[in-house]
Design a protein around this ligand. Structure first.
Ligand code: GLA
Length: 372
């Protein structure tokens, strides 16, 4: 896929009688640090990457919203009048219906449209393909232009229509772009510049365990329960020395959230101080906490993290995103990127029979219309 001209060509082939489409793109993201903290109103530091979801949209001239996914070779359609009563069906088309449903819920007048989706963000790869789709579509179908507002809308569609009780991180970074240190309680944020001697490489396990959706919901509930037992509104206000009311799984979950929030702040300070080695150490600590306390890793993620940490020049590695598959994120000295990629490819193939897709990430701008 190479830019707006290419997606317009695909659109024209799919909808030959249609008007010329407008094109929008929204990036995927890699979360550098701050995992599972967003729905606990904590701190996160995601980065928008140079893999994006593109959507081409033109008025259909009738009462239908039609959509076709180039990756999946599949499509669907809804009568505009039925959108307010639409229900999720349990597949990717919910992300489209959900955005239209949320727009109509907010009083945006919907019109018939032909939509072609062409995404570079790997599905199920832990790099927020869903948020990139939601944000690009929300813009394309007439949603608000302000990044925080479009992020809130896309998140509401995910929570209230699709039924995933996610935080705001993925949608916000996709809408806003670059790398942001975000406080998920106040929604205040600042840009973070990474030191020049740190490259960011993602490695996709190519697996997505069934458990992911149910485990995510369970973690959200466990955190709410832990906060209740501590007598606080959210785990954002928990302190390490005051987790005495908790034991077992709830203690471990709360300990991850408290220590992860602290790691985000330490990571930001290390980035500001150009301390690449410290950034790497913090990232690896995060993985251990996600593996042992939050229990959202899996053998494939652990394998890729451990293999990466044995490569000379790798500063740190951890799982990124919700877990139970998807990708790892590696902080690497730029000159070690090739040997990291070669080692992970060879070792993962040998032990798991799979070739991990790897990507050297470039921080990217947020969602926008693509002109020309
Ligand atoms: C998914 C969710 C996010 C966040 C991460 C875990 O990507 O969509 O809101 O909770 O998992 O950090």
């Amino acid at each position: 896929m190479a830019g707006a001209a290419e997606i317009v060509r695909k659109f024209d082939a799919r909808y030959p009688a249609s008007a010329t489409p407008r094109v929008w793109r929204a990036p995927g993201r890699v979360n550098l640090i701050g995992e599972h903290t967003d729905y606990n109103l904590g701190l996160v530091l995601p980065m928008a990457i140079d893999l994006a979801c593109w959507v081409a949209v033109a008025p259909s001239g009738d009462e239908w919203l039609r959509v076709y996914s180039q990756q999946l070779g599949a499509g669907s359609q809804w009568c505009i009048a039925d959108i307010p009563r639409a229900l999720p069906v349990g597949d990717w088309t919910d992300r489209v219906a959900g955005i239209a449903w949320e727009l109509s819920r907010r009083g945006v007048e919907l019109h018939g449209a032909n939509v072609l989706i062409d995404s570079q963000v790997p599905l199920g790869g832990g790099l927020s393909s869903s948020a990139a789709l939601g944000v690009s579509l929300a813009l394309a179908l007439g949603g608000p232009r302000e990044p925080l507002e479009v992020a809130k809308l896309a998140r509401a569609a995910e929570v209230d229509f699709v039924g995933v009780p996610c935080g705001i991180m993925d949608q916000f970074i996709s809408a806003e772009g670059w790398a942001m240190f975000l406080d998920c309680r106040s929604l205040s944020w600042s840009s973070v510049k990474l030191p020049a001697d740190v490259a960011i490489v993602t490695a996709n396990t190519m697996v997505k365990h069934e458990l992911e959706a149910s485990a995510y919901r369970t973690r959200v509930e466990e955190c709410a329960e832990a906060a209740r037992k501590l007598g606080i509104g959210s785990l954002r206000d928990a302190e390490l020395g005051a987790l005495g009311a908790l034991d077992g799984a709830l203690l471990k979950r709360a300990r991850h959230i408290v220590t992860e929030n602290a790691r985000v702040s330490r990571f930001v300070a290390a980035a500001e101080g150009d301390d690449a080695a410290e950034m790497g150490r913090i990232v690896t600590e995060s993985h251990i906490s996600l593996r042992d306390d939050y229990e959202v890793s899996c053998v494939e993620l652990d394998f890729l993290v451990e293999a990466a940490l044995r490569v000379e020049g790798v500063l740190g590695a951890r799982m990124t995103g919700a877990g139970f598959g998807g990708s790892t994120v590696n902080l690497v000295h730029p000159e070690a990127v090739d040997s990291l990629k070669a080692t992970l490819a060879a070792e993962y193939r040998k032990y798991h029979g799979l070739t991990p897709e790897m990507h050297l990430c470039v921080a990217s701008p947020g969602a926008s219309e693509v002109i020309g």
